[in-house]
Design a protein around this ligand. Structure first.
Ligand code: TLP
Length: 345
């Protein structure tokens, strides 16, 4: 039985072209700044995102943490949405390793946060209060269902934060998905922020890595934090080579994943008892609720025995992510298997 893995776009395997680029990569010791392939990836990333410089890191989690360590001091407060990946899935690293307080405000269903609430939440300057120094946005928004933040929204909320002396970091793990969905250059989404990271290892199919971008000064400080965390790599051009292919070759095809996500959501909406809103799908993430009162975990375990893998991200929230390794036929096959299971329930 063919396994249809909808758990995440992180399961994508490197392409043949990536493997060739990895084999042929020119490398050096990156801690001395001497790996030409990493240097090329960092320059290409910065240029693509409209930033001065880039830093190759092991993961999105590490990039987000480094950004927090550079933008804040221990005791500072960070404003972010209550569905943020930084809050839910990064093991409390901002608190454990950055000594920062995460102050959440509600994420709207579209992944945004209300600028008025942001403004009300910023602490006034006082000897009695923590200092609010950073605002974090997420684009696309994972737990809100792959929703996109527009350039207009991003600019306006960044401007507001800047007026109050805050820095803004974007967790742009899937920022290229947002750019493709909105049909805008990715730099329009990243330019307003002080820093942004994106992942090479998700929908772009590279095996490892993320790039954190910002000003020269920000990246210089970020480089020291990365070393402090043990993330200074040596001949890592071997993996950066796949990242270059990812940026150059894998962006345009993301529209296919988005079409497959819509196809999946539309198919799910035809299955009795499943709760899903196909009109909400903007990129490659689909959230749905299984029939009756079945828990998301039970549903995923049952479907796993039928060769379709999902992630349970809440008591009733099942997540499916479309990606390069799945065709529209795979989506139809998955829908058929779900339908069979629901009929037998
Ligand atoms: N997200 C993973 C899981 O942790 C949930 C996934 O499968 O989607 N920011 C966002 C918005 C993310 O979705 C992720 C990964 C990260 C950061 C962290 O990236 P990695 O896994 O490279 O540390």
């Amino acid at each position: 039985m063919r396994i249809i893995d909808l758990r995440s776009d992180t399961v994508t395997l490197p392409t043949e072209e990536m493997r060739r680029a990895m084999y042929e990569a020119e490398v050096g010791d990156d801690v001395y700044g001497e790996d030409p392939t990493i240097n090329k990836l960092e320059e290409l990333s910065a240029q693509t995102l409209g930033k001065e410089a880039g830093l190759f890191t092991v993961s999105g989690t590490m990039s987000n943490l480094i950004a927090i360590l550079v933008h804040t001091q221990p005791g500072d407060e960070i404003i972010l949405g209550d569905e943020a990946h930084i809050l839910w899935h990064e093991l409390g690293s901002a608190a454990a390793l950055g000594g920062t307080v995460l102050r959440t405000i509600p994420n709207k269903a579209d992944g945004s946060i209300d600028p008025d609430i942001v403004e009300q939440t910023i602490r006034p300057e006082s000897a009695l209060l923590p200092k609010t120094t950073l605002l974090c946005l997420e684009n696309t928004h994972n737990r809100c269902g792959g929703t996109v933040l527009t350039p207009e929204y991003t600019s306006s909320v960044v401007e507001l934060a800047h007026q109050h002396g805050l820095q803004v970091h974007i967790d742009g793990a899937r920022i290229f998905n947002a750019a493709v969905a909105l049909d805008v250059p990715v730099s329009k989404l990243s330019a307003p922020a002080d820093s942004i990271c994106f992942c090479l290892s998700k929908s772009l199919s590279a095996p490892i890595g993320s790039v954190l971008c910002g000003t020269h000064d920000f990246v210089e400080r970020a480089r020291k934090r990365r070393k402090m965390l043990g993330g200074g790599m040596r001949q890592a051009g071997i993996i950066a080579a796949a990242g270059i292919v990812a940026i150059q070759k894998m962006v345009d095809r993301l529209a296919e994943d988005h079409a497959n996500a819509k196809r999946l959501a539309q198919g799910l909406s035809q299955i009795p008892g499943i709760i899903v809103d196909p009109g909400k799908i903007q990129t490659n993430i689909v959230f749905f609720e299984p029939p009756t009162d079945m828990s998301a975990l039970d549903f995923t375990l049952q479907m796993k025995t039928r060769g379709v893998k999902f992630n349970a991200l809440g008591r009733r929230m099942v997540r499916a992510v479309t990606h390069r390794m799945l065709t529209s036929q795979d989506i139809d096959e998955a829908l058929g298997r779900i339908n069979d299971f629901v009929k037998e329930m």
